[in-house]
Ligand binder design. Structure first.
Ligand SMILES: *Cc1c(COP(=O)(O)O)cnc(C)c1O
Length: 465
């Protein structure tokens, strides 16, 4: 497809305004020296260009999008309608608080609900993404140990089934990361945890449900072991979708948490933002929270009120589905994942064949060995069937992984259709392995060289060429 610059028809652009006929007084330094190179197209052509571009994208509104760990659920339109109200959009961050009391109430109400859902005592809406929430939460842990003069606590324990952002955030926050292995069931190895904790333990970060989609059955024991060693417990609640309204991290012994509003709380994502990763903590850590302007605070981690409209959407979602809807959404997310898992497991080997939470992980290692068809080949083949592939090659502890998260917003009919597509592709792979390396055949872009694109990104259009 041509770029809009390549479609440009000089002199034939859309102009509604007449030429300027008054003198312009601009200092030379501020005036543009060369004309701005903008494409010129009639309105019809402009419209067609962007409509064609939009047609090449794929979102939840196009179809099934089981991208594990991302919770690509359907976002009700009412969220957008609320976030588009002028009272929310036509405000300025420097406005007198007296004039934006409604907006402040939105934030306070959301904070209160998030406390209730997570079992925490205080929440900050500042962090603009999940990893940002992790970083913020870790700074609370650091401030706590520092204030007690316990400077030896420099290590954060991270199980190998954690989300990749956990070790990265711990490192960014200035901690040393201690990785501990999973046991044969995909959960934290308690003996390894006991051996890892000590007077240098600042805390533990646990992704729960973990990245293989399992709820750790020893969760109370885990938080007890860490607390007894003097560390604090961090709960990565980015995917609270299987847990919300059913169980609360605060009741499991966790001191600090973040949640992703752009996953669990129904804000569209996947295009790079805006997101929101509120952080929560128990009362004894509340004074360190950012944005509260109190002594002891770690300071602001984001300007102004962060991505406020995401908070509006999350609050709309929570209020519209209500106290009954929140646990029902979690139950259906778990039901849908287990339904698909059971319908697939005879031909798609499960990494851990147990009752899962909101997602499950397939391992195509055996198929790769026997036929040469990889998880990537299967994922690419799904594109030809008009569905978005699952997450691939994550978590790292499962080889040839496909991580499937159907979410609660899909109908049984959609799940059945996806199951039959998965099965059809698997059968084709067994019958004709060679054909799988060519897929997809029917998409605008087929198999880009991802390594070259990452190593040598071309992100500016070369007008001279
Ligand atoms: C998505 C996710 C994150 C990171 O969230 P971002 O908003 O992408 O920074 C962290 N932990 C888990 C478990 C996640 O699924």
């Amino acid at each position: 497809m041509k770029l809009v610059f390549e479609r440009s028809m000089p002199g034939r652009g859309t102009r509604y305004l007449p030429d300027l006929d008054v003198p312009v007084h601009l200092p030379d330094a501020a005036a543009r020296q060369a004309a701005l190179n903008l494409p010129e197209l009639p309105e019809t052509e402009t419209d067609r260009h962007y409509t064609a571009l939009a047609g090449q994208t794929y979102g939840v509104n196009n179809g099934f999008y089981p991208l594990g760990s991302c919770t690509m659920k359907y976002n009700p339109q009412i969220n957008e309608e609320m976030a588009a109200l002028p009272g929310f959009t036509q405000i300025h961050p420097l406005q007198d608080p007296e004039t934006v009391k409604g907006c402040l109430e939105v934030m306070e109400t959301l904070e209160k609900f998030l406390c209730e859902i997570t079992g925490m005592d205080a929440v900050t809406l500042q962090p603009a993404a999940g990893a940002h929430g992790e970083f913020t939460g870790l700074l609370l842990i650091k401030a706590y140990h520092r204030e007690r003069g316990d400077m030896a606590r420099t290590k954060i324990i991270v199980p190998d089934s954690a989300h990749g952002t956990n070790p990265a955030s711990a490192s960014m926050a200035g901690f040393d990361v201690v990785s501990i292995p999973s046991d044969g069931n995909g959960c934290v190895d308690l003996e390894a945890l006991k051996a890892a904790v000590g007077p240098d333990t600042a805390g533990l970060m646990l992704t729960n449900p973990n990245t293989v989609g399992l709820f750790d059955p020893n969760i109370l024991e885990i938080t007890r072991i860490v607390h007894e060693a003097g560390g604090l417990c961090y709960y990565d609640g980015a995917n609270l979708n299987a847990v919300m309204g059913i169980a609360r991290p605060g009741d499991m012994g966790f001191d600090v948490i973040h949640v992703n509003l752009h996953k669990t709380f129904s804000t569209p994502h996947g295009g790079g933002g805006p997101g929101s990763g509120p952080g929560g903590c128990k009362a004894f850590l509340a004074k360190y929270l950012p944005g509260k302007g109190v002594e002891g605070s770690i300071g602001d981690v984001r300007s102004f009120s962060s991505n406020f409209l995401v908070a509006v959407k999350a609050l709309t979602y929570i209020l519209s589905i209500g106290r009954e809807g929140i646990p029902a959404a979690a139950e259906n997310a778990v039901l849908n994942a287990n339904y698909m898992k059971e319908k697939l497991k005879d031909i798609f080997p499960m990494a851990f064949d147990k009752v899962c939470m909101h997602e499950f992980v397939i391992s195509m290692e055996k198929m790769k060995e026997e036929t040469g068809v990889s998880a990537l080949d299967l994922a690419k083949a799904m594109l030809d069937h008009g569905i978005h592939p699952p997450t691939m090659y994550f978590p790292l502890i499962v080889h040839e992984a496909l991580m499937v998260e159907p979410t609660e917003t899909e109908t049984k009919e959609t799940l059945d259709e996806a199951v039959s597509i998965f099965r059809e592709i698997c059968e084709e792979a067994l019958a004709n392995p060679q054909s799988m390396h060519e897929k997809p055949l029917h998409t605008a872009v087929r198999r880009p060289d991802e390594v070259l694109a990452a190593r040598n990104p071309v992100i500016r259009y070369d007008f001279e060429a």
